[in-house]
Design a protein around this ligand. Structure first.
Ligand code: GUN
Length: 289
């Protein structure tokens, strides 16, 4: 029988920490930690994500500034908005929702975000610190996965960890966090010759490819394997499903995250953690969250 690594008990724990910390910051400084979200265009998924982020901030006693722009916004106006948010002492975290429309240079926008307000950990400065194990604002999805692993007391030290996918937002930072926790880390990707050989050796597998049921029941899973599924895909019937074929893989492994209800809810929880951390850092308060 496998363990179902549900997010709910983990995110509840994180939210309790965040709301305590937010209240303490408000009591000490008179100002609640505040997240600014920037949404460009009308992509339905992005609209839903940004709305949820704002609602969650409000629910936890945090401030939320909501900036929405038409899809045809100029690079200059978007850059000016980021400059204003950088300079605004009441804004602790800045999140520009991706993807941006094609005519905009995404890197220029993300490079401009003040690293102390970069709650996504996308800026080159913070990615550098992350590689050195010194970054206080960890990338939200990989940090959420580490919270799941910690909550369910999964040992990492000395284990073989396999990250499938090498995106800047999940795969690469995930490999770093696992390395810092003393795993032996392999990153597999679309050009990897023998994925099955990697899976056969893996104790912890993080699937972050973005393709429906890419990891099948036919792979040589270890019975003791812990499987973390980052995929949020829609199948032909528009049903949410992960990168791992849950029904086929779950009976073969020791533990697996469900989709939905696994990694997904942790991303937003860690965004709230980062907003509080950014506020603590900028106000020079030594508390932890
Ligand atoms: N689009 C999808 N996921 C994310 C995220 O974690 N951060 C931002 N800024 N945009 C996203």
């Amino acid at each position: 029988m496998h363990i179902n690594l549900k997010a709910e008990p983990v995110s509840n724990e994180v939210y309790a920490r965040v709301s305590r910390a937010a209240e303490s910051i408000r009591a000490k400084t008179g100002h609640a930690p505040t997240l600014a979200t920037v949404l460009v265009g009308v992509d339905p998924a992005s609209q839903v994500y940004v709305k949820r982020k704002g609602e969650m901030a409000a629910k936890l006693g945090m401030g939320h500034r909501d900036y929405k722009f038409e899809a045809n916004i100029s690079q200059d106006l978007l850059m000016d908005t980021v400059r204003k948010l950088n300079a605004d002492p009441e804004v602790d975290g800045i999140l520009v929702q991706r993807p941006l429309p094609k005519h905009l240079d995404e890197s220029k926008v993300f490079d401009l975000i003040d690293p102390t307000k970069d709650v996504d950990c996308f800026s080159p400065h913070n990615v550098g610190l992350l590689v050195q194990g010194r970054c206080k604002l960890l990338p939200c999805t990989p940090a959420g996965i580490m919270e799941i692993i910690r909550h369910y007391k999964i040992e990492i030290t000395g284990k073989n960890a396999l990250v499938v996918g090498r995106s800047d937002i999940v795969g690469k930072p995930m490999a770093m966090l696992l390395l810092h926790s003393h795993a032996t880390v392999t990153t597999a990707h679309s050009k990897t010759r023998d994925l099955a050989a990697c899976v056969a050796e893996a104790d912890i597998i993080v699937a972050a490819i973005g393709r429906v049921k890419f990891m099948t029941g036919n792979l040589p899973w270890k019975k003791s394997a812990v499987v973390i599924d980052v995929g949020i895909n829609r199948n032909e019937a528009s049903k949410l499903c992960g990168d791992v074929d849950f029904d086929a893989v779950a009976p073969k492994v020791a533990a697996i995250t469900p989709v939905p209800g696994g990694v997904g809810p942790m991303t937003i929880a860690m965004l709230m953690v980062n907003t509080v951390r950014a506020a603590l850092m900028r106000k020079n308060i030594m508390d932890e969250v």
